[in-house]
Design a protein around this ligand. Structure first.
Ligand code: BGC
Length: 759
């Protein structure tokens, strides 16, 4: 499977046809139906269609601050009056049917409700957090898990998920890193598009098709200092080159809704940014669905200092292009008067309503408002053995072997005493990860249970917490040291709780809490062999006792099957193949840190030379770079061959590399293609990922992998926001991470007549 960047990056500029956007065709009668409805709707009913409120019929512990209507009785009244178009974050067929009945049978026009929810990494079967699954570097696999999530979510009476998060996370202090696919534009684009395909399936009208809502538009992953809800100051070029492509890819994959980000970009909050939500989103990117505000984000325009009051906030949001207001209720309260006074043209409102009604039509809700509301289906689709099995496979593939002195894999048959030490050994509260609030508490497999199930003699395992996640336990470290001394091998289960990442969980440092670090230092000081099992929702800066362990596994938040998957990898049932979707720096202070950074005029030569672009206290490289991940096999790359070192304007250069498994186990490797444009009219990153290829090889087996490269892969956003390629020299690396690899160069030759090149 070779995946090329041009497949996901084309389409920021150019014609709609080039994007391959889905053109859903409607029958003339359906078009007529929407027109008729709009002609008959009062402005109140229109504002109602443009309003999404928390689902009080089947409320869940919301991940948001409480606001607006919270009880079923009041909400029923609103639905009956046609003052609501969408409910969100409730699950269960019975409650949804009650709400839908009110809309379809008791409101004047009978327009069905849309049911939305945050199904981010699973409903009842909890899959690894999206960042973990990004480590598979395998879009086809992400598509499969998204499909499984959609099957469960639609069985629970949902039509739409507020996912995938398509934000490119450039700073690991940002808590929402966990919800996306990492730091690289190409990887995020590929995985976001795959998840859209998985959620939506092949036919939107099917009962198990879950509409996707790629979010948060746009550049939310570029908030300054990684501060949630913070501001973004960004160039037009970086916006288009790094942050918009995952959205383009998601729209090309068929997503028909998106969500405006909470944050402001260059002084204008996204929710009120007409240039962003209309000119760029609809003009340049040819988006055809509808735009949600984020939760009360229209109302927050006041706190931003951009709107005078609630009325002004509603006016700004609707004029900018926010079609559906989430939870504030501002549209229902102010749109009727805003239209009456002429402050908002009725035409603007009609366009928004039309977009929403068309999406409802595309999902088949007008023909069958009871789609996805079947109690028999609900009874049979949750956490099926097949889904649990897929979750286990996904979790195993998401684990990244960061370091291994040779201690792993362990032999499960060999009797030896294992001490499982750390706050996450027997903990069930932090196996799912954030954004899994529909999951049944306590049903995930913790590490100790996973290990016991795998061991020939479960009595070989001793479990000692040593400390809490963030608090000491009296005498805890002493007990842990004792257990370590009595054991043959120590497993240290350390890291972050699930509330340390996710929305609003920005941190100033990305380190393991001090009490756990002290525990790790004391345990490693015993001299016993230590394997660290990290739990985390972001890249971490590792130190001392943790960094110096014999082996380290990045296990993120792995979901329902966490403990089994960890055991699978520890005992070699699964040969690790995960690759880091985010760079692990040496120190927190290096953030924002990402591999595709710029050279600067004074690139670092070594760690001593002064007056270079380096910190005086830290090597400004990664401890574990983007794309890094070891295996129990030993993969060796050689024989890099290019079909030509000269690329004419319309040529394709093919790149071949031989991969051999020199180890003694069957395993998979993800081979990565990177380029660097040596000289350009706008400086280029020191490396950019252009292709990934996964290969599975038996011991002793080898295979030749092929990548292809064209001018389109070498383009960047130049003057006037146009994608251009420039003739000249390009480095090429084919390797096993974003550092090192086999190297070659190609030269791109002068433009064909009329092509976009600089003077
Ligand atoms: C988050 C969104 C989420 C919404 C609804 C907001 O706080 O930013 O990502 O979809 O809440 O729960």
């Amino acid at each position: 499977m070779t995946i090329h960047r041009r497949a996901v990056l084309s389409g920021i500029l150019g014609s709609a046809a080039a994007f391959g956007l889905p053109r859903i065709t409607f029958a003339a009668t359906e078009v007529q139906r929407v027109d008729d409805l709009i002609a008959r709707m009062t402005i109140e009913e229109k504002a109602g269609q443009m309003t999404c409120l928390a689902d009080a019929f089947r409320p869940f512990n919301p991940p948001n601050p409480q606001a607006g209507i919270q009880d079923e009785k009041r909400l029923s009244e609103e639905i009956r009056k046609g003052r609501v178009g969408c409910l969100f974050n409730g699950i269960g067929v019975a409650g949804a049917r009650r709400a839908q009945e009110l809309a379809v049978e008791h409101s004047r026009l009978g327009i069905p409700l849309l049911f939305a929810g945050d199904v981010i990494h699973g409903l009842k079967t909890i899959f690894p957090v999206p960042l973990a699954e990004a480590s598979t570097f395998d879009p086809a696999f992400a598509e499969r898990t998204a499909r499984a999530m959609a099957v469960e979510a639609t069985a629970a009476g949902l039509h739409l998920t507020f996912a995938p998060m398509a934000d490119v996370a450039r700073d690991q202090r940002w808590g929402r890193v966990v919800e996306g696919s990492g730091e690289d534009v190409t990887l995020v684009s590929l995985l976001s598009a795959a998840r859209v395909r998985g959620f939506q399936g092949r036919d939107l009208r099917r009962n198990d098709s879950l509409l996707a809502c790629p979010k948060h538009f746009a550049a939310y992953g570029a908030v300054a200092g990684g501060l949630e809800y913070g501001s973004i100051d960004i160039s037009d070029e970086t916006l288009r080159e790094t942050h918009l492509p995952p959205f383009s890819a998601s729209f090309s994959a068929g997503a028909l809704s998106t969500m405006a980000a909470f944050s402001e970009i260059n002084g204008v909050p996204a929710t009120a940014d007409r240039a962003l939500l209309t000119d760029i989103l609809r003009g340049e990117m040819q988006f055809r669905g509808f735009v949600f505000s984020d939760y009360t984000a229209d109302e927050e325009l006041i706190a931003h200092g951009y709107a005078e009051d609630e009325r002004d906030a509603a006016r700004l949001a609707v004029l900018a292009g926010v079609d559906m207001s989430m939870q504030s209720g501002l549209y229902i309260r102010y749109l009727p008067e805003l239209v009456k006074s002429g402050a908002v043209p009725m035409g603007t409102v009609d366009v928004a309503v039309r977009r929403i009604l068309y999406v409802k039509m595309a999902m088949g809700l007008f023909d069958n408002p009871w789609r996805s509301l079947d109690e028999d289906v609900e009874r049979t689709r949750f956490a099926t053995p097949a889904h649990r099995e897929l979750a286990r496979e996904s979790a195993g593939r998401s684990i990244v072997l960061l370091k291994n002195s040779g201690i792993l894999p362990l032999d499960p048959a060999q009797s030896r005493k294992i001490a499982l030490i750390g706050p996450f050994g027997e903990d069930k509260d932090n196996v799912y990860g954030p954004w899994a609030f529909y999951g049944d508490p306590g049903k995930g497999v913790d590490i100790a249970s996973g290990l016991r199930a795998a061991l020939a003699d479960p009595a070989d395992l001793t479990v000692v917490p040593g400390c809490g996640a963030d608090a000491a336990i009296e005498g805890g470290i002493a007990k842990a040291v004792e257990a370590a001394k009595a054991a043959d091998i120590v497993l240290l289960a350390l890291g972050e709780t699930q509330t340390m990442s996710g929305e609003a969980q920005s941190r100033t440092t990305i380190e393991i809490p001090a009490v756990q670090q002290a525990l790790a230092d004391a345990v490693t000081a015993t001299g016993k062999p230590v394997v660290v099992l990290l739990r985390h929702g972001r890249a971490l800066a590792l130190h001392d006792g943790v960094a110096n362990a014999q082996a380290i596994l990045a296990t993120w938040f792995l979901g329902s099957e966490a403990g089994h998957a960890v055991a699978d990898v520890l005992f070699g049932k699964v040969n690790p193949s995960g690759k880091l979707p985010v760079s692990f720096p040496w120190e927190s202070g290096q953030e924002p840190f990402f591999y595709d950074r710029k050279s600067t005029g004074r690139p670092v030569v070594d760690n001593r030379t002064e007056y270079r672009a380096r910190y005086t206290t830290t090597d400004n490289s990664a401890r574990f770079p983007f794309g890094h991940g070891l295996s129990y096999s030993d993969f060796v790359l050689d024989n890099l061959k290019l079909s030509d070192t000269a690329m004419r304007w319309d040529d394709t250069v093919s790149i071949a590399v031989k991969v051999a498994n020199k180890g003694s186990r069957r395993g998979s490797e993800v081979v990565q293609l990177y380029t660097r444009d040596r000289v350009a009219s706008r400086t280029r990153p020191i490396r950019e990922l252009k292709g990934i290829e996964r290969v599975t090889l038996d011991p002793g087996e080898s295979k030749t992998l092929r990548f292809s490269l064209t001018r389109r892969d070498l383009e960047f956003v130049g003057d006037g926001n146009r994608r251009i390629a420039e003739p000249g020299l390009f480095d090429i690396w084919v390797g096993q991470s974003s550092t090192g690899g086999l190297h070659a160069q190609i030269e791109l030759y002068a433009a064909a007549p009329g092509a976009n090149t600089p003077n």
